[in-house]
Design a protein around this ligand. Structure first.
Ligand code: SF4
Length: 748
């Protein structure tokens, strides 16, 4: 058995009493998120009512999951923590490093060869430290977690921002950096600011072309990419019961796109059915027995405004399919208005590639609905105008979809089936195109569509939609096609209307798999080898502690303008190969950020010589001379992924401060954990005062204390000075991390 049933029996036996005690202590009815959070307090003796958005709270998550690109750094840190074994069940999933090129078989061979060193490292560390290992090709982390490990009422952390996918099975699942995962694996308390709660009431029932994906595409338009920051999105209302568990997981997965800490649904028959269908009937029965504790209390449903910080209502019956993009996942447009938007904005109308799958949308329901449209295209002799790529989420789903003819339905209309891996979703796509300087459009059923994310090409306009809508647009090859109202012309010249997608939540003959790709942790220790000459793995050296002084007259490294996601700070795609080598990956630092002074990427003023050079090159030259530097940025800095490389690279290259208008949650924590100073403008318009050749001091650090602002002093090149207040959110413990040089230095 892959999951630990004894641990789960204990969990369910005590969950109800933990919730009851919490309710008594708080003195009111509880939302589901609160029940789970309070039941996971690190010390149950610490029970009190925590203030949302203010109090830092220590939790004890039940498990940890890591994907291969972030696991390398997480495990390098864990190896330095001096423990024999992970304190909680943990797994590593090899999904990010497999490049999508010619198709699953060939690509798997290439990946196994080119990533051998990293896979050997991850599997040997996993075997030694009691961590389960999912081989390359076994599947994408979140799909594998949903199929095997997620359980209602549980709490987990994962070193990937889409960890909230497990909210589809009623779990509080939170994306974190590797250093947080190390805290949990070492058995230490894991700290989180008590999140605010956004309640989303779902009424009605999805119908026709509308799918679970459209719920989150619509919500992303309402909340925007930072509307969920430091909040848990909890869905409730009668509409939740009609959405499959995997559909719920899709919705929770993409809650990451609005910056939410996590998202979750109340336990219901759909979850019970999914647990049973995936060989976990025992868990379903235990959850059924305490069902009322796995839902918000009735008073919460009756008066949601009293219990949630914000309430949003979506009527599923009236929900239209949406398409979001390009370049940002919150640019939401209902299909009925999309053609006009394409024309108005001059987006390339020809759609060149449709991509279906990823961790977000590769359930049996997703694939069977998309396949129903593919079958119609084949039988009605419609010529498929765009390329079609399918990325199954796991070997179990691939094997089952293959057995049931779903993959054949896609292949019949020319699809390439890629490996069970992230592939194009993380820039691991060797796209075959005749001209990559041409503006072009692609539609994906993935979750993120930042510039260059899929194929590294800034000319690619990526749009996000449901698998069924992606399928329809792929057949049409035209962004302005609306399958709800428009017809297509087939090879016989007939007008064809695509029928509404039809699918089933579960395979009629059950899920099946021959080799799921799982390797249980070994009993025997093996030697963990890191070649000192390796370009891909490097033993981590601890960061130096704070020298006790204010940070004085640091040259400005870059003043970034506009969106600066973790993709801009530490690009994925070809750079994924260096995720275990801090020195080498630091060469990509901030290469995607736009310099506010010249509008260019990776061209910043070197204040030592007056020239313009790559950001990492300038930082390295400052570092070589013992000079620290500072980065200035706008809103939601570090949006996107959980990759802590985006915090470790600046730290490694002697950047001491990130001064932004605001931060994305995971990234702000990552900066703190790595001993960086993350501060925000007290007055956002002070951003405009920063000049290209400024030197900047941050003073007040000798009396660094919670809730006490620091001061930034700008030294302009003309000899004038300006100063203003900057704000921080460090608590006592986080200040200790800063002083020690990193959280890991404190742990040790
Ligand atoms: Fe992989 Fe994309 Fe899912 Fe991230 S969002 S885990 S890159 S498939």
């Amino acid at each position: 058995m892959i999951f630990d049933i004894e641990m789960l029996k204990k969990f369910y036996a005590s969950f109800g009493s933990r919730v009851e005690r919490s309710k008594q202590s708080v003195g009111k009815s509880m939302t589901l998120a609160e029940k789970i959070l309070y039941a996971h307090l690190f010390n149950q003796e610490d029970l009190k009512s925590f203030k949302r958005g203010i109090d830092y709270v220590n939790f004890r998550p039940d498990r940890v999951a890591m994907q291969d690109a972030t696991a390398q750094m997480a495990l390098l840190q864990f190896m330095n923590a001096g423990k024999d074994k992970s304190a909680v069940p943990a797994t590593v999933h090899c999904d990010h490093l497999i490049q999508a090129d010619l198709g699953a078989k060939t690509d798997m061979n290439t990946a196994n060869e080119s990533n051998k060193e990293v896979y050997d490292f991850l599997s040997s560390v996993s075997a030694n430290f009691g961590i389960g290992f999912w081989k390359p090709g076994a599947g994408i982390i979140h799909q594998v977690v949903l199929e095997n490990y997620a359980f209602p009422g549980g709490m987990m952390v994962g070193t990937d921002s889409h960890t909230p996918n497990a909210g589809g099975l009623g779990m509080v699942a939170i994306g974190v950096g590797g250093a947080d995962a190390v805290d949990v694996m070492t058995g230490m308390e894991w700290e989180l600011k008590m999140p605010k709660l956004i309640g989303v009431k779902l009424t009605g029932r999805l119908n026709g072309w509308a799918s679970p994906k459209d719920v989150i595409l619509k919500l992303a338009g309402i909340l925007t990419v930072k509307g969920g920051t430091n909040a848990i999105i909890e869905y409730f209302g009668e509409g939740t019961a009609s959405i499959s568990a995997t559909g719920k997981a899709t919705i929770c997965n993409m809650g990451a796109e609005v910056g939410a800490t996590t998202s979750l649904f109340p336990y219901d028959n759909q979850m019970s059915a999914y647990l049973k269908a995936t060989n976990r009937e025992e868990i379903a029965l235990m959850a059924d027995a305490i069902e009322s504790y796995l839902k918000p209390d009735p008073e919460v449903i009756e008066n949601p405004e009293e219990y949630y910080d914000r309430v949003i209502e979506i009527d599923l019956s009236a929900l239209e399919p949406h398409i979001n993009g390009p370049f940002t996942p919150d640019a939401a447009t209902p299909i009925s208005e999309f053609a006009a938007k394409v024309k108005e904005n001059g987006y390339p109308r020809k759609m060149e590639v449709g991509l279906i799958g990823s961790c977000t949308n590769s359930s049996y329901q997703d694939l069977s609905r998309a396949a129903s449209i593919a079958r119609q295209a084949y039988s009605d002799k419609l010529k498929v105008a765009a390329q079609l790529i399918i990325n199954p989420g796991s070997e179990q789903i691939r094997y089952t979809a293959d057995r049931d003819g779903l993959l054949a339905s896609f292949e019949n209309i020319g699809a390439v089936i890629m490996a069970n891996a992230c592939g194009p979703c993380i820039g691991q796509w060797k796209r075959h195109t005749d001209d990559n300087t041409r503006k072009n459009s692609i539609v994906t059923s993935f979750n993120r569509n930042f510039a260059k994310r899929a194929d590294g090409n800034p000319n690619t306009h990526a749009f996000v939609a449901s698998p069924e809508l992606t399928m329809a647009l792929t057949i049409a090859g035209d962004l302005c096609f609306n399958p709800l109202t428009d017809t297509l012309v087939n090879e016989a010249g007939e007008q064809i209307m695509l029928q509404e997608p039809k699918g089933t939540d579960f395979p009629p003959n059950g899920f099946a798999v021959e080799d799921n790709g799982y390797i249980a942790p070994g009993e025997k220790k093996t030697e963990i080898k890191i070649n000192p000459e390796s370009a891909r793995l490097q033993v981590l050296k601890p960061f130096a502690s704070w020298d006790g002084n204010d940070l004085l007259e640091m040259p400005l490294l870059i003043k970034a303008e506009g969106k600066c996601t973790t993709d801009h700070i530490s690009m994925a795609g070809p750079w994924l190969r260096f995720r275990g080598h801090l020195e080498n990956i630091s060469d990509n630092m901030l290469m995607g950020a736009v310099n506010a002074f010249n509008g260019k990427t990776n061209a910043v003023l070197n204040q030592l010589n007056g020239g313009y050079e790559a950001v990492s090159s300038v930082a390295k030259q400052y570092k070589a001379k013992g000079i620290s530097s500072i980065v200035v940025a706008e809103e939601n800095y570090g949006e996107g992924s959980s990759r802590e490389h985006a915090a470790m690279e600046p730290r490694f290259l002697n950047v001491k401060v990130i001064l932004a208008k605001s931060f994305a949650r995971i990234h702000e924590t990552n900066l703190k954990k790595q001993g960086m100073l993350a501060v925000t403008f007290n007055n956002k318009s002070d951003y405009d005062k920063i000049r290209e050749n400024d030197h900047i001091s941050i003073v007040g650090l000798r009396s660094f204390a919670p809730n006490k602002n620091l001061t930034a002093i700008l030294y302009h090149a003309d000899g004038t000075q300006e100063s203003f207040e900057v704000v921080h959110t460090y608590n006592e413990m986080q200040i200790e991390w800063f002083k020690a040089g990193s959280a890991l230095n404190v742990t040790k």
